[in-house]
Design a protein around this ligand. Structure first.
Ligand SMILES: *[C@@H]1O[C@H](CO)[C@@H](O)[C@H](O)[C@H]1NC(C)=O
Length: 170
């Protein structure tokens, strides 16, 4: 009988241990659990852009000296690579990185929503600008970033619509 009591006490512990990162009893944080699937076909693990002579790819990195902060996260992507949807999404339309059309060759992107997140992918030629796509479908093509910034680590820029840090989703 003592054995039974000990077993009954252990079962919940074992169940918890299966999901160590998931706080027990918290159900309303589902959007924080969201993880982006592969964005660029040639970069299945979503390896981020590091630093190069043009700057660093992390959220909050300096831009224009100290005038601006980088408000997105850069994910490595080769020019011309196929850009995929990270999960099921709705397409909200075109999203241009440069308001002044400074670099027309790469001034394209797409707005997406899904999993409770609203975000934009910059430097991508969209395959379409409305409708829905399933996870892993082609949402566009990486634009020729090397032509504009030779030697940069070519990348897709991921920016949340509320300008918050997307790093936790990767
Ligand atoms: C796309 O939008 C429709 C209509 O608002 C909604 O029902 C659906 O859940 C959305 N899909 C995704 C992946 O968010």
């Amino acid at each position: 009988m003592n054995t039974l009591v000990i077993l009954a006490a252990l079962v919940p512990l074992v169940l918890c241990a299966k999901h160590p990162s998931r706080p027990v009893g918290v159900v309303s944080r589902s959007s924080e659990m969201v993880k982006f699937g592969t964005l660029c076909k040639g970069n299945p693990a979503n390896k981020p852009r590091g630093c190069d002579k043009f700057g660093c790819g992390n959220y909050g990195a300096r831009r224009d000296g100290r005038k601006r902060k980088h408000l997105g996260l850069d994910i490595s992507c080769s020019d011309g690579d196929t850009v995929l949807t990270p999960f099921d999404v709705n397409i909200s339309g075109l999203a241009r990185p440069y308001k002044n059309n400074k670099n027309p060759a790469i001034n394209d992107g797409v707005g997406l929503s899904g999993q409770g997140l609203c975000f934009k992918l910059f430097y991508v030629k969209p395959a379409k600008t409305s409708g829905m796509l399933r996870k892993g479908e082609q949402v566009g093509t990486m634009l020729p970033m090397q032509k504009v910034y030779p030697g940069i680590g070519s990348h897709v820029h991921v920016q949340m619509c509320d300008l918050s840090d997307p790093t936790k989703y990767f």
